[in-house]
Design a protein around this ligand. Structure first.
Ligand SMILES: [Zn+2]
Length: 318
């Protein structure tokens, strides 16, 4: 009994240590979930197997337990104890396996810290065209061009401190872009975004307005996390970490009606369906992830992200 409690504490401790390294491993919960845009509609519509669903449940449960980094040790221990009770040895061996895998990847990362400065091949899969880290001269030039574009559009913006892999971190004090107000559901601003994302949102504004949208209520923009799709977290850096993606919980129309993705999308809410189509039509965004094409990780929000291309000059993409 005492030994298993000790084991739980050690396991939770290792997990908490790993959680601290957000860059190395994902820490998203399904609620914060994020994903890579599926390449095809067939892929997007593919239903997850019950096996993967069960797996994701176990994983997210154990993540929740390990997430309580700030909670007291005993709380963490009792949580993981509870978790063990729920799905005994299976969950324990899984957690062990995960922990050792994480430790392995951690030491590997430490050994070749310099090499990981440049995006690894698996992470590069989800990066915009022409993306490199640290940013190339081409990317820096593209960012300067973007800033000039914002000035021309009359958008007031402020340079922000570097964070994650945001190429050109800025804030927009008004958070009003293209006639649409962007408000956070969970936290006060300022909200860091990449210049290219600000520009893309400004461009889609008139189309959203034409549909009747006046306000977008978002859960998060910048987050240093990995991609999560169909309940599975992948070893691919999320575009939230680049400041070019946003998770949207609800849209408010000109009459003040709030269309909530979680409640209204499955009911066929015409505003939500119209917004999804409009965004996908522009070609300025990657395919919107919704409760329909990713029911597990996107059951309560739209994931929208700018299709940034650093190899193409800014003006030609307008
Ligand atoms: Zn997202």
């Amino acid at each position: 009994m005492a030994r298993s409690l000790l084991a739980s504490v050690v396991l939770a401790g290792v997990a908490a240590l790993v959680v601290g390294r957000v860059d190395a491993q994902p820490v998203t919960t399904p609620a914060q979930a994020d994903a890579v845009a599926p390449a095809t509609k067939a892929a997007a519509d593919a239903k997850p197997t019950s096996k993967s669903a069960a797996k994701s449940k176990t994983v997210s449960k154990s993540k929740t337990a390990s997430k309580s980094k700030t909670a007291s040790k005993s709380k963490t221990a009792s949580k993981s104890k509870k978790l063990k009770g729920a799905s005994k040895s299976k969950s324990a061996s899984k957690a062990k396996k995960r922990s050792s895998a994480k430790i392995a990847s951690k030491s590997k990362k430490q050994r070749s810290k310099k090499a990981t400065r440049v995006a690894s091949s698996s992470r590069a899969d989800n990066m915009p065209r022409g993306f490199a880290w640290p940013p190339s001269e081409q990317m820096i030039a593209a960012s300067k061009a973007c800033e000039s574009e914002l000035d021309e559009l009359g958008i007031t913006w402020t340079r922000a401190a570097a964070e994650g892999r945001i190429v050109d971190p800025i804030t927009v004090p008004s958070m009003e872009l293209g006639g649409i107000l962007y408000t956070s559901v969970y936290r006060k601003g300022p909200h860091k975004l990449d210049c290219h994302f600000v520009h893309t949102l400004a461009m889609i504004g008139p189309e959203l307005r034409a549909l009747g949208v006046r306000e977008v209520r978002f859960g998060s923009i910048y987050r240093n996390t990995n991609v999560r799709v169909n309940g599975v977290t992948k070893n691919i850096l999320s575009r939230h970490a680049l400041g070019i993606a946003m998770d949207v919980n609800a849209f408010v129309d000109e009459y003040g009606r709030v269309a909530v993705v979680k409640d209204d999308y499955q009911l066929g809410d015409p505003l939500l369906l119209g917004i999804e189509q409009a965004i996908n039509r522009t070609g300025k965004f990657r395919i919107v992830l919704t409760p329909k094409n990713d029911p597990i990780s996107h059951d309560d929000h739209f994931h929208i992200e700018a299709a940034v291309d650093y190899t193409a000059p800014m003006l030609s993409r307008r």
